[in-house]
Design a binder for this molecule. Sequence first.
Ligand code: CA
Length: 360
Amino acid sequence: MKLKLALKHLGLPALLATGLFTSYSSVAAVSQAVQDTNAAAAEQVTKPSFEDYTAALRQEAEQKGYDNALLNQVFSSLTFHERVVKADQSQPESVETLSTYLPKRVSTIRITMARGFYQQYLPELEKIGEKYGVQPRFIIALWGLESSFGRFMGTYSIPSALATLAYDGRRETFFRQEFFNALDILAEGHISFADMKGSWAGAMGQSQFMPSSFLAYAQDGDGDGKKDIWTNQLDVFASIANYLKQQNWDNSITWGREVVLPEGFDTAMAIQPGSLARAAWLGRWNDSARSLTKWNELGVRRLNGTALPARDLQAALILPDGKDGRAFLGYDNYKSLMHWNRSYYFVTSVGYLADLIIAE
Ligand SMILES: [Ca+2]
């Protein structure tokens, strides 16, 4: 029984290394054998209880040297959330188009609120924008889209949500690491355990940072020694701006623009579809990237039909809904936003909202 459980968590190379499957001649056969083993294991082996799982998690935390008082506090109230697992399993596939998505995400009320907050916080935003080299309208747009301007940050206790997702097992390594990242944030004293709330998926605070993003990008915007992305507006703004800065944001350009392609355009020049790791996706970006001058020569126009801006910029062609859908030229900042959330729909909504904040 124990052997079968352990096998479940071993990747294919590890299994090959064990020599258990050397009698199979092809990888396909091994792969089938692994599937069979997993299926058999699922039927025969009772999964450890959440309590057993978190007991092992605590042991690992103790070995890593976390303060016992902190561990007592966290582990005494770790809760398994069935709803977290359900939500994780029922994330919808993309069943809508950009034209149904955008009006929902960039609604009239959200645009109005974004403009209001932009005016309200303009002095602070300008200071932060200058320090990090990010136009304030993008800070407000990300804030508005991530948490509806801090109104919806999620109500799950982050350690419980992450422990649940790790226990669920489909991305255990990732969520286990995020759990320990969350412990690091608590250990540094940025937020109390009781206030460390976020989404079922582990995204925290007004910027909806995963703990790893918090550790990489969060900032103390007001200089009080804490990085509080839950309740401190300056910390939230500075953290969002710093994320973009660290991802090579260039405030001399915008995100990109929607364009019109000429009749019979060769869409092979667009970034080709497919779910890819970031490095591979960047490769496809580079395949598509051309100068605005070149795109202009190819007949690509602004939405109003006029020539593209006469600037020395590189841009890639993006077709979020395929060759028959709307077309966009993404500038280098588009890549920074795709690092934040690798979704063409999401990035387009950020760009649209940011544009509308300053539209006449
Ligand atoms: Ca602070």
